[in-house]
Design a protein around this ligand. Structure first.
Ligand code: DP6
Length: 320
């Protein structure tokens, strides 16, 4: 009754921001992401009839704060009458800093729990279960360029292009570490309830999805970058105009944005995206990765840079 799985975070190029059903955690909009290769979370799940309560250890420390969300996710995958579980999570990148650690964590968790309890859910079902725990986690079940489409009462996922078929690179500029001021779940609800731009954001999403899908299918880097930056800045405008306002950027985030703009002016194939945190993610063609890494690392205030390619979806690993 035990299994281990590994999943990588994904970065949305066309963002998920807002829910239409908070009970089921269904998104208000579809999204398109790239799954990363070299950052990961490993989840080990062991169901044990002798345990009286679930136990969660994250990076060697017991974590009571995340436990209720993890327990609910296990209930959804296995059933509420399941045995209690010991869950161990380890990752190789900072948690809660806008790097989608919840996406890789919950994608790995559902895959490990499904195998440990021999439930044999399909990949689509695993994606729905991961999405109930954290919307963006559904996309980390899939690799490469993944689209989450928003149907009437469910989500559906598809791979638009496998990782190896359009091998882009991602340079993450870390501008601050530590937890973010407001979590995405709460911030999305504040946006829905108070931002004067929220309705327009939802209304325009289909056009951005269509344009990005086309750009991916025709491997048109400039067009993809253009719509991804537009979609990112539009999402942040929704946040900035919320009450209270939610500003996830710091001065260094803006410096990094400026560095990307300068590289674009110099003809470097690169674009940026930013999630609910202060890190800037620069997506570039592999030939440009050294330039992008050096220019972002040299930007005042940048604490560290991480470089990765695109990778596959969540998978089981040997548990010994
Ligand atoms: C800005 O998936 O963390 O990264 O469903 O409430 O857990 P919950 O939200 P979450 O939100 C991700 C928001 C985003 C954009 C994106 O990844 O699409």
């Amino acid at each position: 009754m035990r299994a281990a799985a590994r999943a990588q975070p994904n970065i949305a190029l066309i963002k998920y921001w807002g829910k239409r059903d908070t009970e089921q955690n269904l998104p208000a909009v579809g999204s398109i992401s790239i799954t990363l290769a070299d950052l990961y979370t490993t989840m080990r799940v062991e169901f044990d009839g002798a345990l009286r309560a679930d136990m969660l250890v994250v990076n060697d420390a017991e974590n009571a704060a995340m436990l209720p969300r993890v327990s609910r996710c296990l209930d959804a995958v296995v059933g509420v009458d399941r045995s209690r579980a010991a869950i161990t999570s380890t990752g190789n990148f900072p948690i809660a800093a806008g790097l989608a650690s919840s996406a890789s964590a919950f994608a790995a968790l559902v895959v490990a729990a499904d195998a440990a309890a021999r439930k044999d859910h399909s990949r689509e079902q695993l994606a729905s279960l991961a999405g109930m725990a954290s919307g963006s986690a559904a996309r980390s079940i899939y690799g490469g360029f993944a689209e989450l489409a928003n149907a009437d009462d469910a989500i559906t996922l598809s791979t638009l292009c496998p990782a190896g078929e359009w091998p882009l690179s991602v340079v993450v500029a870390i501008t601050a570490t530590g937890p973010k001021p407001v979590g995405s779940t709460e911030a999305m609800e504040t946006s829905r309830e108070t931002s004067p731009f929220y309705a327009r954001w939802v209304e325009q999403q289909q056009a951005d999805l269509d344009e990005a899908r086309d750009a991916i299918q025709s491997r048109d880097f400039a067009r993809l970058g253009n719509v991804a930056e537009h979609n990112c800045l539009k999402m942040h405008s929704v946040m900035w105009a919320s009450r209270p306002p939610m500003v996830y950027w710091n001065a260094t985030t803006l410096e990094c944005m400026d560095a990307v703009r300068q590289m674009q002016a110099d003809g470097v194939p690169v674009f940026f995206t930013i999630d609910a945190g202060p890190q800037l993610k620069a997506v570039c063609e592999p030939a440009a990765v050294d330039t992008v890494r050096e220019r972002l690392a040299a930007t005042p205030g940048v604490e560290a840079v991480m470089v990765t390619g695109l990778g596959g979806g969540a998978r089981l690993i040997d548990d010994d």
